[in-house]
Every structure is written in C-alpha cells, then in structure tokens.
Ligand binder design. Structure first.
Ligand code: FAD
Length: 402
C-alpha cells in the first residue's frame, strides 16, 4: 500500500498527529496500530479518568519535564497546541472539561473513553485512515521515502511520523519498538528507563502501614552522601516502599542505593511547645496531622510509650522524634519496573530532532512525537499534554517540508 503520510502508533500522540496531518497535508494519511483498538494507554490514564492536562499558564509547564534543556525542547510544541487549545478542542466536540482545585484537568464525565472517541472521530472526519491490528516490524529508508514491513504486508510512504510511545505498561502496545526503529534509521538513544515509578525501600519498616499518606512533604535525594535533588509533594506508604506524586515525580533522578530523606513536617514546626500541656505524647504529636498508626510505630521503634505524658519526654527522646519527623532516611533498593512505571525516561536524543517541527535532523521526512522522545513529564497531566502537543506539531509541520 502506498500512502503520503504514515503514522506508526494510534496512541495519544499518533491520533493527534493523524488529525493534524490529515487536516493540513494534501494526500493520504494512514495511522497504523498494532492493537485491535486505538489509544489503549490513553484509556487507562489517570485510572481511566484521564488527567489530560493541567491548568495555569503554559509557560509554567516548562519546569515539569526535568531540566532546562527539556524545557527548551518542549516549548514550541506546547505553544503550538497548549492546555487551553486542548480543553477547547474537546469542549467544542461535545465533551465538557473540568479543572480540579489542584489544577489537574479531566473530562467532566471522568471517563477517558469520552476523550478518545473525540480523537478517533476527528481523525476519520479529517479523512485519516486508521488501520488496526497492524504491527510494524521493520522500517527502511528508501530513495523517495520509507518502506515499512508489517504483518499485513508492506507500506510505502513519503513522510513518516513515529508515535510508538515508550516502553512502560508494555501490555498497552508500547513495547519500545520505536526505539529500535529510530536507532536503525540512524538516531541515538538516551537509555530508556522506567520513570514515574514507585521506590522499593531496603529493610522497609512500614509494610504494615501501606495506604498512609503524608501531604506536601519535602523529599531529598542523596547519593554517596551528597544531596542531588529535592522536591516537595504528597507521599504514599506502600507495602514495599514509597509512592505518591512527590516520589513519582522525583523517580527520574533516583537510583538504587540512593538515600531519600523525608521531612513529614517542617523543622520549624517542631517547637518545645509540642511537649507542654496535659496530653499524652501520642496525642501531643497529633497536632502535626500525621496518622496515629505511623506515630505509634515510630515511638515503638524508639521504645517510647505512646501514652506517656508529653511533658515527661526527655531531650534525647525529643531529638529522636524530631529527626524521624523532619529527616526520615530510606535507602532505595530499586525502582518499580516497566509494568509499574507510568512513563519512560530517556528515548530519542533531543539534539537530533528539530524542536520547532519534530522532524529528524538526521533523516529528512521522518518525525517523532510523544514518549518516544527523551521527554518525560511529572504527574498532573504533563505527559498527555506533551504527547498531544508534539503530535499536533509533527502533523502540522509536514506541509512546510513537502
Ligand atoms: C497507568 C498510566 C496512567 C497514566 N496516567 C496519565 C495521566 O493521567 N496523565 C498524563 O498526562 N499521563 C498519564 N500517563 C502517561 C501517558 O499516558 C503517556 O505519556 C502518553 O499516553 C504517551 O503517548 P504516546 O503517543 O507517546 O504513546 P502511546 O499512547 O503509548 O501510543 C503508542 C502506540 O503505538 C502503538 N505501537 C507501538 N509499537 C507499534 C508497532 N510496532 N506497530 C504498530 N503500533 C505500534 C502502541 O500499541 C500504542 O497504541 C499514564 C501512563 C500510564 C501507564
């Protein structure tokens, strides 16, 4: 089959790349997808509710992709199809959108399928072809385009957009194929790794407390005694270690054997006043709004009776409690693997891609979008927003290079 534009992957970025290409490029546009249905990962995003983007100014998004180099790369795409444009896109097609107090944006119905239906309908409306159950196995550059070998025969195309996603949740169809294709076409990779993933802690003492959360805690990452990174966010105790947005967002910078120091409360909150009055020690500490079961376990670990009068807490004991609440150390055994990670760190090297068009700087007429690139965002809608924006920019840029 001969087409003018081929998009590999009908996921988040591929569907938008298809819509934009079909709208803007004269010629046949076809999106190939290995699964029987498109958008498998999009559907399960945000626990099936789809946190599609975030509120606020799009320039505030730039800090949510790791470092300044990443911020520079994502900027043109984010500006081309920003969070307001995304919201309007869905609302104008009949899906009301809701911004939560924490800035996360969802469909009002809290059903990702409502958004997916819009993407698929729009692709068809613009004349794009969606061909499912088609696994791209190999890609070769030819004199006038690309030749794709699939389980359904060969496809020839002038322009190729790779939208194969990353490698996390491989059951959704994103199994890292795009990394292989990109390398074969001459691109280099930053070694892909699971990110937005929980941390498994060595000799973890809180397995029995899984489900307890701490709000807006400070998290510091130490490697060989040196502080590498710090952040603030909610933390969830799991049966094997730590999760929650604060941990997930830092996970791209965490490695096995790192030490995480967690401040559940601010050091300045721990005043001598805590130990005055007629309360028991446990009750006195509850002013910090920390789950009682956690406090009791901490006190037990120091062999301190939770019901002793707070006023009878000696200096040494106060110091121990203070350290536990303001600087609790955890040693990282490992990070959650591909089946747990919500995104892929690493990917196609950014210097090899034109950030203003998403076109390869190595192979003309080859474009990249979504998680396949060395971009991963924080929790809060930043990954889907980048996938949508980069897909849009890739599809929209074709005309300028025809
Ligand atoms: C559990 C979970 C929850 C998440 N929740 C959120 C959230 O709420 N908000 C947010 O912003 N982000 C969330 N994310 C991340 C977000 O879903 C992804 O970053 C985004 O969907 C990536 O889009 P993509 O187009 O790059 O890849 P994908 O959406 O993964 O699409 C890639 C597509 O390519 C297809 N494909 C791959 N190889 C081939 C091949 N060889 N031949 C044919 N087809 C192929 C795949 O089957 C797949 O359909 C979540 C991720 C997970 C795993």
């Amino acid at each position: 089959m001969n087409v003018d534009v081929l998009i590999v992957g009908a996921g988040t970025s591929g569907l938008v790349a298809g819509i934009a290409s079909a709208k803007n490029y004269r010629g046949t546009v076809c999106v190939l997808e290995r699964n029987p249905e498109p958008g498998c990962k999009f559907l399960l995003s945000g626990s099936g509710q789809c946190n599609v983007t975030h509120g606020g100014s799009i320039t505030d998004f730039l800090n949510h992709y790791g470092d300044t180099k990443k911020a520079r790369f994502v900027q043109p795409a984010l500006l081309a199809f920003d969070n307001i444009a995304v919201t309007e896109f869905f609302e104008q097609r009949g899906v009301p959108i809701l911004e939560r107090e924490d800035g996360k944006i969802f469909p009002k119905s809290l059903k990702s399928e409502d958004l997916l239906k819009v993407l698929v309908a729009e692709l068809r409306k613009q004349g794009g072809i969606l061909q499912t159950e088609t696994v791209v196995e190999n890609i070769t550059k030819t004199d006038n385009g690309f030749l794709l070998a699939t389980n359904r025969g060969e496809f020839c195309t002038k322009k190729l957009i790779l939208a194969t996603g990353g490698q996390s949740y491989p059951s959704t169809g994103s199994r890292g194929d795009g990394f292989r294709f990109a390398e074969r076409l001459g691109h280099h990779l930053i070694e892909p790794k699971p990110v937005l993933t929980p941390v498994i802690v060595r000799n973890y003492p809180f397995a029995g407390l899984s489900g307890i959360s701490f709000w807006s805690s400070k998290i510091e990452v130490y490697r060989n005694g040196k502080r590498l990174k710090s952040g603030r966010g909610d933390i969830l105790l799991t049966h094997r270690g730590l999760s929650g947005p604060g941990i997930l967002d830092l996970s791209r910078d965490i490695e096995p054997d790192d030490e995480l120091r967690i401040s559940i409360i601010k050091p300045e909150e721990f005043t001598p006043e805590v130990f005055t009055g007629k309360k028991t020690l446990k009750n006195a500490l509850q002013r910090f709004d920390i789950a009682e079961r956690f406090l009791v376990q901490i006190l037990d670990s120091f062999h301190i009776a939770p019901d002793q009068p707070a006023t009878e807490t000696n200096r040494e004991t106060r110091k121990k409690i203070e350290l536990a609440l303001t600087c609790y150390p955890f040693i990282v055994e490992r990070l959650g693997g591909w089946n747990e990670a919500m995104a892929t760190g690493g990917g196609v090297v950014l210097d090899e891609v034109n950030r203003k068009t998403m076109e390869s700087r190595i192979v003309p007429d080859l474009y990249f979008c979504g998680e396949l690139l060395d971009i991963d965002g924080n929790t809060g809608g930043y990954n889907i927003q980048f996938a949508l924006s980069s897909g849009f920019l890739a599809g929209n840029s074709l005309q300028h290079h025809s």
